[in-house]
Design a protein around this ligand. Structure first.
Ligand code: AMP
Ligand code: MN
Ligand code: ZN
Length: 917
């Protein structure tokens, strides 16, 4: 045979073999699939599959809805597994931060290159030996790899540790239950742990092993401080070590044993060079510090890198617990689908959203029960396809999923079987769900839990899911209490949170960090662009810097911030939540509740920027809850009740009058407003509920339309009342009595039931949990002169401003965004109305918009401010008894409440509970 012939024969054989193998694979697959299909409801794949994490004897983070418990130490110093939610090493880390800890890395003569030998650690004995080695080191490099496809929360598959001498690869699957041996070296403040981009690693180590890091040097933070063009490890490896690494390997399946040579190489590379790189970066940081010694600029590069690194250690792992499982996924899926022009239009949008939400809830629970990731259970695109096509039979469901996933297939997802074994084992759930038959009574949560893990459950009980069953009383209840999932019209709390973030959080950065300099070059304050433009347009200043812009005043300001010995106002402020550092969304939070502050004497109202901070929605809610609680404490301490007590209408007697009987003005007004506007068209029980609230205020007697109207005015400040009265003629023409005269857009027959769904208690919830402090009517801010805010901010003394004497009150940042603030407050009121309608039903977008604009026109001026006269009475009392110092102390108390509630870690430097004017 000549060579050509040989090749051809070989090729033919290869082709035939391949074809045979492929056809065998397909037959086998088809058979298994069919088997899975047939046996779907009785047995689950989880019985036959042994996943590596099933060998773990103890897991710290299971898949239940209980919060993660952090390591805690009881008084005797031994571990107390009950756990707390404080950082167990907060004191040690804070000590490093406050003592200006300096990282020291001195490298010996060991060659940088990576040789062939490394230590694979997979027995407890070896791990103990490693601990002995590490205890004698002053620094070591660390990296971790995790697996997340076949696990709900993910788990650490490998920990790499490199000393100057050796590279260790720790098999964290084999040693999962022994890893705690490493806790002491990681928490030892005299051993520096070098990571690159430790944010995730820190959390993963907590989650899986209760390992907390004290004394961290993060090379990516050092890059940040050095303003390196890039801060990826790949960049550092290349520039400092001349090593290239293939970052695609981070996506490998790190459960694999043995690891491929490539993976070993990758994993070692991630840790091996860290010490060398850290050393180079520290030298550069030190150089900058040395160059900087003469200036009085306080920036210290080495310290800053170390500080930023150790801040990472303060992060705590938390399980994301939704009030309604799968809800956020459903919302994001739904909105993505809506914004996707290419997607087929759906005839019944309400049914579609409902099904998407049910499928997301189902997926969330199934992922927890089977300890799989969401995307492994069922892809997003498959959920959309199922919800829009509503296939009925098992095989149609099956095909819909396969086809959608094949179409969407991108290189990597092809590793995920479609449909997943989870779907195959539980096809009947999906078909019932799509037919609206899964949840007939009870909620989807208990139905599925019973089906899967109950006494005759189809699925395997394991260490990750048993707590779901045990703690089923701890399941998320909020939205299920009213079995909202049965009612596609109601949004869950999570959904309202998302809406809230979308609608209320600041759309653009609040602090622009533009600078204003005095004419001698001293920095006066930071402010927004509008303010700069105001000065520039009046030739009161000249531009001295472009990005971020800075101006220099052309006149001598009367006051300087440093006069007051306070450098708070010249700190650059970050657009992040001061509580947790969240940077994606934030809203203003007023530390001193407005119900008090608005009654302060004018000169004590300044320094607002100190007491207005940015918070993410979650911190906002926590801070607000603490403030509400403290308000109650203030109420009892001063004997000034928070709520309007049940008021006895002239000539009426009440039967029972107890302390619980109060109605907040807000609640009262929301209820009255809804009754006036939508009363006749409301479902009866809703109307009764609202009527009950108003009746309670009137001491239980029957109420008339006039009562409703006067209830609207309860707790209004005079200015609001005047406005309301001015508006009244217009606003309530529609709503008083004449049901036919509803605003346009509500008049369509098909809108009526939806409109009737308006749920004023949502207003209350919103106000109660978020909006209250934000809801201020703009009265004292709106000046008729139309002059911009800066006037009041920099208080131009009108009499003398021509003579260039301008008094600078650099103190009042709140007024910085004066005109913005007016808009914010007003639009907030308007938005609030939007949210009311948004939350209360899910009518289609168009009628929603109509409704919004009508409502906005009607009520935009109606402020829904907290507790009637309480605030004023408290402030009056303080002033009378203790004078202005009483008010100052009162402010300090509120700052303390805020600090105690949030333990904020990102407050601007100079912020102080004791802050005085
Ligand atoms: P690294 O230290 O960069 O190797 O990343 C650590 C772990 O983060 C990996 O084991 C992955 O589990 C995860 N990871 C990081 N980046 C990605 C990515 N782009 N895609 C998937 N997983 C990633
Ligand atoms: Mn890595
Ligand atoms: Zn199952």
């Amino acid at each position: 045979m000549n060579n050509e012939h040989k090749t051809r024969v070989a090729f033919t054989i290869a082709t035939i073999t391949t074809a045979a193998i492929i056809s065998i694979i397909f037959t086998v697959r088809r058979r298994t699939r069919r088997k899975q299909l047939e046996s779907s409801s009785n047995s689950c794949y989880s019985h036959s599959e042994q996943k590596p994490q099933c060998t773990f004897k103890r897991v710290l983070a299971d898949n239940s809805y209980t919060p993660f418990k952090h390591l805690s130490f009881n008084a005797s110093g031994s571990n107390d597994e009950k756990g707390s939610n404080l950082h167990p090493f907060e004191a040690e880390i804070t000590a490093l931060l406050t003592n200006n800890h300096q990282p020291e890395i001195e490298l010996g003569a060991k060659k940088l290159e990576m040789n062939d030998s490394y230590v694979w650690v997979d027995t407890e004995m070896q791990l103990k030996e490693l601990v002995d080695v590490l205890s004698n080191e002053r620094f070591f490099g660390v990296d971790t790899e995790q697996h997340s496809l076949r696990s709900f929360l993910g788990f650490t598959g490998l920990v790499q540790i490199s000393t100057q001498q050796d590279d260790y690869l720790i098999d964290t699957i084999a040693l999962h239950d022994s890893m705690e041996i490493l806790r002491p070296v990681f928490a030892n403040p005299s051993i520096c742990k070098v990571f690159h981009g430790a944010d995730n690693d820190v959390l993963w180590l907590q989650r899986d092993f209760h390992i907390y890091i004290v004394n961290l040097f993060d090379t990516s933070k050092a890059c940040e401080v050095l303003s390196k063009p890039q801060k990826s490890l790949a960049y550092l490896l290349e520039t400092y070590c001349g090593v290239t690494t293939n970052k695609l390997l981070q996506r490998e399946d790190w459960r694999q044993r043995p690891l491929s040579a490539e993976m070993v190489q990758y994993a070692r590379t991630d840790a091996h060079y860290l010490l060398y790189i850290a050393n180079c970066l520290i030298i550069e940081l030190k150089q900058l510090d040395n160059e900087n010694t003469c200036s009085d600029d306080k920036f210290h590069f080495v310290l800053e890198a170390s500080r930023r690194s150790n801040m990472i250690c303060l992060q705590l792992f938390t399980k994301e617990i939704e009030a309604s499982p799968g809800e956020s996924a459903a919302l994001s899926l739904y909105s993505r689908h809506q914004s996707n022009q290419g997607s087929p239009s759906i005839s019944d949008e309400t049914q579609f959203l409902y099904t998407v939400r049910q499928l997301c809830t189902w997926r969330d629970l199934m992922a927890r029960i089977h300890d799989e990731s969401l995307k492994y259970v069922l892809s997003d695109q498959a959920i959309v396809a199922l919800a829009s096509q509503l296939p009925a039979s098992h095989s149609k469901i099956y095909n819909t999923i396969v086809q959608t996933d094949v179409n969407a297939e991108t290189g990597l997802t092809s590793f995920i079987p479609s449909p997943s074994p989870v779907v195959c084992s539980h096809l009947s759930d999906i078909s019932q769900l799509l037919a609206n038959e899964l949840v007939k009574h009870g909620d989807i949560y208990s139905v599925i839990l019973q089906k899967c893990l109950g006494q005759k459950g189809s699925c395997k009980l394991n260490i990750f899911n048993y707590a779901l069953l045990v703690n089923s009383n701890l399941r998320p209840t909020l939205s299920y209490k009213h079995s909202s999932l049965k009612n596609p019209r109601q949004h869950s709390r999570k959904a309202s949170r998302n809406l809230f973030v979308k609608k209320f959080s600041c759309k653009s950065p609040v602090y622009h960090n533009c600078r204003i300099f005095a004419n001698d070059g001293r920095l006066l304050c930071y402010c927004d662009r509008k303010k700069l433009e105001w000065y520039l347009s009046r030739d009161l200043a000249k531009l001295v810097d472009e990005e971020p812009p800075a101006i220099m005043l052309l006149f001598e300001p009367k006051g300087r911030p440093e006069d007051e010995g306070n450098d708070f106002y010249i700190q650059s402020k970050k657009n992040i939540c001061v509580g947790c550092g969240e940077g994606n969304h934030y809203l203003r939070y007023r530390i001193i509740p407005s119900c008090y502050r608005i009654h302060f004497p004018e000169h004590l109202k300044s320094h607002r920027s100190h007491d207005i901070v940015l918070l993410c929605v979650d911190c906002h809610e926590a801070a607000h809850a603490a403030a509400e609680k403290y308000k109650r404490k203030v109420a009892s301490e001063f004997g000034i009740p928070l709520y309007v007590r049940r008021v006895i209408h002239p000539g009426q007697e009440t039967e029972k009058l107890n302390d619980e009987g109060g109605v907040s003005p807000l609640q009262l007004r929301s209820a009255a407003l809804a009754l006036l506007n939508h009363g006749p068209r409301m479902p009866l029980n809703r109307r009764e509920e609202l009527t009950e609230i108003v009746k309670r205020y009137y001491g239980g007697r029957e109420i008339s339309e006039e009562d409703l109207e006067s209830a609207l005015q309860v707790g209004m400040r005079p200015i609001e009342r005047r406005r309301y009265e001015k508006k009244r003629g217009v606003s309530f023409k529609h709503s008083t009595g004449n049901a036919a005269a509803v605003p346009e857009g509500e008049n369509h027959a098909d809108c009526a039931p939806r409109v009737s769904n308006v749920d004023t208690l949502n207003v209350d919830t919103l106000n109660g949990s978020y909006a209250n402090e934000e809801t201020r009517s703009g009265d004292n801010r709106q000046d008729d002169s139309g002059e911009p805010s800066l006037i009041s901010d920099l208080a131009v003394d009108k009499a003398t401003s021509n003579g260039n004497t301008i008094l600078i009150k650099t103190t009042d940042d709140d007024e910085d965004d004066h005109d913005e603030a007016v808009n914010v407050d007003e639009s907030l009121n308007r938005k609030q109305q939007n949210v009311v309608s948004d939350l209360s039903d899910s009518r289609d977008e168009e009628s929603l918009r109509d409704e919004d604009s009508t409502q906005a026109k009607h009520h935009s001026k109606l402020s829904l401010l907290g507790h009637g006269p309480h605030g004023k009475q408290v402030v009056d009392h303080l002033l009378k008894e203790y004078g202005e110092d009483g008010v100052r102390e009162f402010c300090q108390r509120w700052r303390q409440v805020f600090v105690d509630a949030l333990k904020p870690r990102f407050l601007p430097g100079g912020w102080d509970v004791k802050h005085r004017i």
